[in-house]
Write a protein that binds this ligand. Structure first.
Ligand SMILES: [Fe+2]
Ligand SMILES: [Fe+2]
Length: 273
């Protein structure tokens, strides 16, 4: 029996500041050190949606992408600036990626409204749910099936005061995907993992837990902020036990404020010139 590892990364927000870049570099080094079989990144690769920020992502993760070990979907922040949704996802809203022992269904949950900072919520129509369901059906027997998307499919606490205020005013900006429950029902018995980000605090949930094949839903949180990522071991199309956390750096809540204004040399980053 071949046991493989799948690592869930999300919400890197490259371009936010130099500390974030340093944390992403350290993370990639940790992923290489554990020889991860595959890494998924569920959106908000960039902070301002700039092409230069996406180029930085590809540069940092080049040792893994060169070996075909990274799969990405876009997040709302990637739709800002240069509108990178197509550059990240390509090929439409639902794309299947098949790898040894793994069937990944990539869903682009962003929409044109994400061009505005405040309107960060996702969109998933009935047609999207049907397309995701059809893509899941293409899985080979014995493959682990994971749906990858950026936005949360079930209600989660807001990350900050502006989102709480938006919700209080009745605006949809912090809401979960409208048909998230429908998607969960459509995936029952046919999908092992739903992996997403968007909310920067990690969450986990098990659905249809008495089924032979429950659906496990994980929010990675912001991997660069947390300094840790989940590692799933899987074999024969099943997740082997609960995921383990791989520490890739300090938790940002413990980081001294002075590093936020530090220069490239002080943070050990290469010069950009
Ligand atoms: Fe984010
Ligand atoms: Fe997001």
């Amino acid at each position: 029996m071949t046991t493989r590892t799948l690592i869930h990364v999300s919400d890197l927000h490259l371009g936010k500041n130099l500390e974030t870049e340093r944390r992403a570099i350290a993370m990639c080094e940790a992923l290489i050190a554990v020889n991860a079989d595959h890494v998924v990144v569920t959106g908000d690769l960039t902070h301002r949606g700039r092409a230069s920020e996406l180029a930085l992502f590809w540069r940092i993760f080049a040792p893994l992408t060169a070996r075909g070990r990274v799969t990405v979907v876009p997040g709302n922040h990637d739709r800002l600036g240069d509108d990178l949704g197509e550059a990240i996802q390509g090929g439409g809203r639902v794309v299947v990626t098949q790898l040894p022992g793994l069937h990944l269904v990539r869903f682009d949950s962003t929409g044109p409204h994400n061009r505005a900072w405040l309107a960060g919520h996702g969109v998933m129509t009935a047609d999207d749910v049907a397309a995701i369901s059809a893509a899941v059906d293409l899985a080979a027997p014995g493959a682990l099936v994971a749906v990858l998307l950026h936005h949360h499919i079930l209600p989660l606490p807001a990350d900050h005061a502006a989102e709480r205020l938006a919700s209080w005013l009745g605006w949809p900006y912090a809401d979960e995907l409208e048909l998230g429950g429908d998607l969960l029902g459509a995936l029952r018995g046919r999908c092992d993992l739903v992996l997403h980000g968007h909310r920067h605090a990690p969450q986990a949930g098990t659905f249809f837990g008495y089924d032979a094949r429950p659906v496990l839903v994980f929010n990675a949180g912001s991997s660069t902020e947390l300094g840790r990522v989940r590692v799933f071991a899987h074999a024969l199309g099943r997740v082997l036990g609960p995921p383990a956390w791989l520490t890739t750096g300090p938790d940002s809540r413990d980081t001294p404020a002075r590093t936020r204004g530090a220069g490239r040399a002080e943070l050990g980053l290469p010069s950009t010139t």
